[in-house]
Design a protein around this ligand. Structure first.
Ligand SMILES: Nc1ncnc2c1ncn2[C@@H]1O[C@H](COP(=O)(O)OP(=O)(O)OP(=O)(O)O)[C@@H](O)[C@H]1O
Ligand SMILES: [Mg+2]
Length: 1028
């Protein structure tokens, strides 16, 4: 139909609505058959799912399949039970309305399987949390347990549900499962004591015997062979090849644990199951006087033990009944038949009530936990109804009557909600159309359930009526009251032909699904569902907690008659209808393809019958009567809008106008469609197919557009993301920077403030107010000082210290100077040191005293001015060991005539000698030296004053030397007589002889001149010499 379906999916039509020849049942069945042949077991009629039992495992229930259907529109994919499930789930979530899925069909058509698939779909695909995982498990595991206790092999179905089941699955507002609740309807209890040929008792009996281990069976006093138990062999087929009781036992045991049964509860439960088997084997004998006794004491005591009741009390209760007449209690013995039926009634009651307890227990385990319950105001529910299908057996009894009545009710509901609502839809949409006739089974429902006049009322009345009543009297009453009803026939009322196939104990109902003959035998008993009072009393005292819970003491005390079984069933059905009516229904109509449970066999007669009674043709006709197809405007527009430029990509006007524009563009003819108030109705499938084909053809173009937009969107989104990230980073970074700057500013302001405050208080004691400023002043002075330290000892500069550092500064200056001096001294060479020392001495002697001194400062003193070769060898020999330390050429002036004579002046360590070429003329001992005189001018005159007392001396020596500073310095140093050097500004007096004194006058002149002056003085004219 729509979207990309595979070729296989397109076998036949996947929605019957699209059948051209929709009136033909043959076409309908042919479509079913074609699809069935291809294992396409699902087909829609609009929103109703028709499912044909494949009787084989198909590969269509995998997890991948579930994912395929998840969130996909109903029509876009091949029909499937998952599509219905998903659609229901989504409707529940989007519309917030409770939903229900009604699964109907006859026995063996696949209802239970369908319900399990739906449950599994929810369990797998719905969101979960830890609690929900357990809950999902419990929901799923409730199935094998209920099936073991409530299902049995019948002729129609190896796993036939013998009870009705309605399950509510509760979802929270997020769509996660959060609870469940099961309602069970009328278990076919009679099966416990009797089975038709080819049928079995409930599975659990066989599972226990086959699967239970030896110990377990021993404790239950059971034998493994089912044929040992009378209740299990009535149908003569205790073993069935298609059923593995052993495996199923394992599954059930595990499921009981998952659901939360304790080991003790399981034991108690199995005790009850075993007790039923022992009860079944309890046989009665008949005494000569008609009294009844038990012949199988062991079986009875086993049963009593397992039931947890007193053996003799049970024995008594099985063979006697208690009557109350006129306020007095009487005990009367039971005859053989009565005892047998009392035993069977007990077995049925025990099993039936235990089954109810089981459901109750499962409900407790599925119940919403308290805290979830309170937070689940928005919870929604999906109901799942899997109830026994319409059943026609060889012999139909009370159970079949109830089952078929239930199916009538469900059909009623289907008619109400589907056929009628369909027709109402045309009305509400304002579409003119002709009403389709369909069979309304209300008449049959009324026949059964009407108050006072209905079959159930008549049955109840007959049960309650005083006097002799029996099943036949009930039949007669029926004939009296409903005899004229068109859907009711008895042997008496029937025509000849029918009479032949009806017994006198039967009545026939013409059900919507077919005719069924009911045998009235046992109707009253089963409706009464009575258990002798004394049996009830015994059971009340049971030590088995399950039984004491099931058999309440109040029941014995309460004299009020309990409700009859049929009424009870009717009332519970009414309630069920109410529940279902309050929900949005979806339908699964199951069809059984053959009676032999064979895969691949399609029995046309059987299918036609089901198609008929399920009302599928009417369903289809109503769907198609006016129009084969309808869609809400928005859905139609949404799907096909790409086909019209006006509506693509978006239509902004009214929906109806958009659809109009679209169909006009597509060229729909007026007779092909109608526009309702909110839906478009398309008359012929081919119109829709053509539209669909056009959409298929358009899809590549749409895909391209979508691709483009998607890529654009993705890139834009990516860009936006990056941009956003950049902005975030930027703002973060900027923020951080600004904060840092602000912090710095704040700190700077504080600093400045502190600085100013410090400046103001700079003269105060060192305190908090001025510490920073003062530290800063100190620090900056020290830093400044570091960069401006004098680099040489001669550099006397020193930065001016702030007031508070004067002392420290002086200290530092001194240290620095010392340091420089030390460093300088370390660098000085010995000869240089000698030079320095001489220069220092020269400075001490001459500085600021003698005019020629500054001139000498820059000139180095030499070690000697005379080379060794210049000194006469003879002189040197004369000097002997005394080494000449210094020699210089001098001019000696005679003391008297001042005649100049060139001489060499040689200094040794202890004396000086004046040498005239090879001859020492005069020896001057340092020790005797009285003094040395020089002028303050720039001349080379030097007078060496000799002692007078020494006769050998010839008086003071008047010398002229070009290196007078050097000479005098060395002489003074060698003689250690630096203090003996006199510097005379104007004249020098010298001793000519002991008594006579000579004078040397010094005057300034342009050049050096030494001559005899006036008054016999020696006149020395000294030139001016600049310091450089
Ligand atoms: N979808 C399916 N796939 C495979 N087998 C199926 C399917 N549906 C049903 N069956 C087979 O058919 C049998 C009967 O199905 P199921 O028990 O669901 O019938 P039912 O309608 O519940 O009958 P009843 O009314 O007797 O309970 C199953 O045991 C199973 O073997
Ligand atoms: Mg079933």
């Amino acid at each position: 139909m729509e979207s990309a379906l595979t070729a296989r999916d397109r076998v036949g039509v996947q929605d019957f609505v699209l059948l051209e020849n929709y009136n033909s049942e043959a076409t309908f069945i042919e479509n079913l058959r074609r699809r069935f042949r291809e294992n396409l077991i699902y087909t829609y009629i609009g929103s109703v799912l028709v499912s044909v039992n494949p009787y084989k495992e198909l590969e269509i229930y995998s997890k991948q399949q579930m994912e395929r259907y998840r969130g996909v529109s109903f029509y876009e994919i091949s029909p499937h039970i998952y599509a219905i499930s998903d659609n229901t789930y989504r409707a529940m979530r989007t519309e917030r309305r409770d939903q229900c899925i009604l699964i109907s069909g006859e026995s063996g058509a696949g209802k239970t399987e369908a319900s399990k698939k739906i449950l599994l779909y929810f369990a797998v695909t719905c969101p979960t949390n830890n609690h929900m995982v357990t809950l999902g498990d419990r929901l799923l595991q409730s199935n094998p347990v209920l099936e073991a206790f409530g299902n049995a092999k019948t002729l129609r179905n190896d796993n036939s549900s013998r009870f009705g089941k309605y399950m509510d699955i509760q979802f929270d507002f997020k769509g996660a499962t959060m609870g469940g609740h099961i309602l069970n309807y009328l278990l076919e209890k009679s099966r416990v004591v009797h089975q038709n040929h080819g049928e079995r008792n409930f599975h659990i009996f066989y599972q226990l015997l086959d699967g239970g281990d030896d110990d377990l069976l021993n404790t239950l006093n059971l034998e493994r062979n089912p044929h040992s138990y009378r209740y299990l062999v009535k149908g003569s087929c205790a073993r069935v090849s298609s059923i593995s009781d052993k495996n199923n036992w394992r599954v059930v045991r595990k499921a009981l644990d998952v659901i939360g049964f304790t080991a003790e509860e399981v034991q108690k439960l199995l005790n009850i199951i075993a007790s039923v088997l022992h009860l079944g084997n309890t046989l009665f004998g008949e005494g000569e006087e008609g009294e009844t006794y038990i012949i199988t004491e062991t079986q009875l005591s086993n049963a009593a033990k397992l039931l947890g009741v007193d053996g003799s009390a049970l024995k008594e209760a099985l063979t006697h009944k208690k009557l109350t007449a006129k306020g007095e209690e009487m005990i009367s013995p039971l005859n053989f038949e009565q005892a047998v039926s009392a035993r069977d009634a007990l077995a049925k009651a025990v099993y039936g009530r235990t089954f109810n307890w089981l459901v109750e227990k499962i409900n407790q385990s599925l119940a919403l936990k308290e805290e979830i319950y309170h937070s689940s105001k928005d919870a929604s529910v999906i109901g799942l109804l899997d109830i026994y299908g319409f059943e026609v057996l060889q012999h139909n009894s009370f159970e079949q009557f109830c089952i078929n009545y239930c199916n009538e009710k469900l059909q009623q509901l289907f008619i109400e909600l589907t056929l009628r609502s369909e027709q109402e839809e045309y009305e509400t949409e304002g579409i003119a159309w002709e009403t389709v006739q369909y069979f309304d089974n209300k008449i049959i429902c009324d026949l059964i359930e009407e108050k006072h006049k209905g079959i159930i009322s008549i049955l109840d009345e007959e049960c309650l009526r005083p006097g002799e009543t029996c099943d036949i009297s009930f039949l007669e009453k029926l004939e009296d009251i409903v005899g004229g009803h068109p859907h009711f026939i008895t042997h008496k009322l029937a025509n000849g032909k029918t009479r032949r196939v009806m017994s006198r104990e039967e009545f026939r109902l013409l059900h919507y699904a077919g005719e069924v003959n009911y045998n009235v035998n046992g109707f009253l008993d089963k409706n009464n569902d009575l258990l002798n009072r004394n049996l009830k009393e015994v059971m009340c005292q049971s030590e088995n907690q399950i039984l004491s819970h099931c058999f309440r003491r109040e029941e014995v005390i309460d004299q009020k008659r309990p409700e009859m079984a049929a009424s009870q069933f009717k009332n519970s059905l009414m309630k069920l209808m109410e529940i279902l009516m309050s929900k949005e229904p979806s339908y699964v109509r199951c069809i059984k393809p053959n009676d032999t449970k064979q895969p691949g066999r399609f029995d046309e007669v059987l299918v036609r019958h089901q198609v008929k009674y399920l009302g599928l043709m009417e369903n289809l006709r109503v769907r198609r009567a006016g129009f084969a197809y309808r869609r809400r405007f928005e859905a139609f527009l949404q799907r096909y809008k790409p086909l019209c430029p006006e509506t693509w990509p978006n239509w902004n006007g009214k929906l109806a106008d958009g659809v109009s524009a679209l169909v006009n563009h597509l060229g729909y003819k007026p007779e092909e469609y109608k526009l309702g108030r909110s839906k478009i109705f398309i008359r012929f499938p081919k119109t829709l197919f053509a539209t669909e084909d056009a959409l298929e053809a358009k899809k590549p173009e749409i895909a391209l557009t979508l691709q483009k937009s998607w890529r654009g969107y993705r890139e834009r989104a990516n860009y936006q993301r990056i941009r956003h990230a950049v902005i975030v980073i930027q703002s973060g970074w900027r923020g951080m920077k600004a904060r840092r700057r602000a912090k710095r500013r704040r700190e700077a302001a504080q600093l400045i403030r502190r600085f100013i405050k410090g400046f103001i208080c700079r003269h105060e004691e060192y305190c908090d107010d001025n510490d920073y400023f003062l530290d800063h002043v100190r620090c900056s002075f020290l830093k400044h000082l570091r960069k401006n330290l004098p680099r040489s000892v001669l550099d006397k500069s020193w930065p001016t210290p702030p007031a508070l550092l004067v002392e420290a500064s002086e200290h530092l200056q001194m240290l620095h100077m010392r340091n420089m001096v030390i460093k300088y001294c370390r660098r000085v060479q010995p000869e240089w040191k000698k030079q320095m020392m001489q220069k220092v001495v020269a400075s001490e002697i001459f500085k600021d005293q003698k005019g020629s001194y500054p001139h000498s400062v820059g000139r180095l003193f030499l070690d000697t001015r005379l080379e060794r070769e210049q000194i006469s060898l003879k002189v040197l020999q004369t000097l002997g060991s005394e080494k000449v330390q210094y020699g210089v050429a001098v001019i000696k002036y005679d003391r008297r005539g001042f005649k100049p004579r060139p001489r060499q002046l040689l200094l040794t360590n202890s004396f000086a000698v004046l040498v005239d070429r090879t001859k020492i003329k005069q020896r001057l001992d340092y020790a005797a030296l009285r003094g040395v005189s020089v002028s303050s001018l720039c001349d080379g005159m030097v007078v060496l004053h000799m002692p007078w007392e020494d006769n050998k001396q010839k008086g003071d020596a008047v010398l002229h030397c070009s290196h007078v500073i050097e000479l005098v310095t060395k002489l003074a140093m060698m003689a250690s007589k630096t203090n003996y050097v006199n510097i005379n500004p104007g004249c020098i007096r010298f001793g000519v002889s002991r008594t006579k004194e000579g004078i040397i006058d010094f005057v300034r002149g342009s050049e050096l001149k030494v001559a005899k002056g006036k008054r016999g003085h020696l006149l020395v004219t000294a030139p001016q010499i600049s310091a450089t």
